[in-house]
Design a binder for this molecule. Structure first.
Ligand SMILES: [Zn+2]
Length: 170
């Protein structure tokens, strides 16, 4: 099947190359149903996204909706991106403090750093569990809390053992 792009006349004859009415070069027409249905799909999905068309009641509604449609189409991906870039500052700080409390445990810095890691980890974890849309890094906060907590306990043990050692030694 061929058709003329100028007058839309259809020709069954495959050997025909030019329109009999206006001499326009004929174009091949797809006979399968696939292209038309594919073409119908996108408008249908965008119509579903329109969900709340009554929010902007104007006389030129149709024209305005035509322009608003792209904006509404872009909103879901943007909010999805905001979810992935949720604020995980506190968990990150907690993790860094937790690790550095281990590194600096020998200098008795495990105590303040471990305590700070515990506090920031707790804040970060409670935030991410209450409002996971805005705050992330819950698992990072847990690691920070565990690292900080262990080094805190170990530092206290070292201090106690050191004091005992001095008592016993002295
Ligand atoms: Zn024609």
């Amino acid at each position: 099947m061929k058709h003329c792009p100028r007058c839309n006349q259809r020709y069954e004859d495959q050997d025909l190359n030019f329109c009999l009415n206006d001499g326009e070069l004929l174009q091949e027409l797809e006979t399968s149903d696939a292209p038309p249905t594919l073409f119908m799909d996108p408008p249908r999905t965008t119509r579903e996204n329109w969900a709340e068309p009554q929010s902007v009641p104007t006389s030129q509604g149709q024209q305005i909706y035509g322009y608003q449609q792209p904006q509404q189409m872009y909103q879901p991906p943007m909010s999805a991106m905001a979810n992935t870039v949720a604020d995980s500052t506190m968990p990150t700080i907690s993790l860094i403090l937790g690790i550095s409390s281990w590194v600096l445990m020998c200098c008795y810095l495990g105590f303040p750093l471990g305590a700070a890691a515990l506090i920031t980890g707790f804040i970060g974890y409670s935030r991410s569990s209450k409002d996971p849309q805005r705050y992330g890094g819950g698992s990072m906060a847990i690691i920070g809390m565990v690292l900080g907590g262990i080094s805190l306990v170990l530092t206290i043990l070292f201090v106690i053992l050191g004091v005992f050692g001095q008592i016993i030694g002295g």
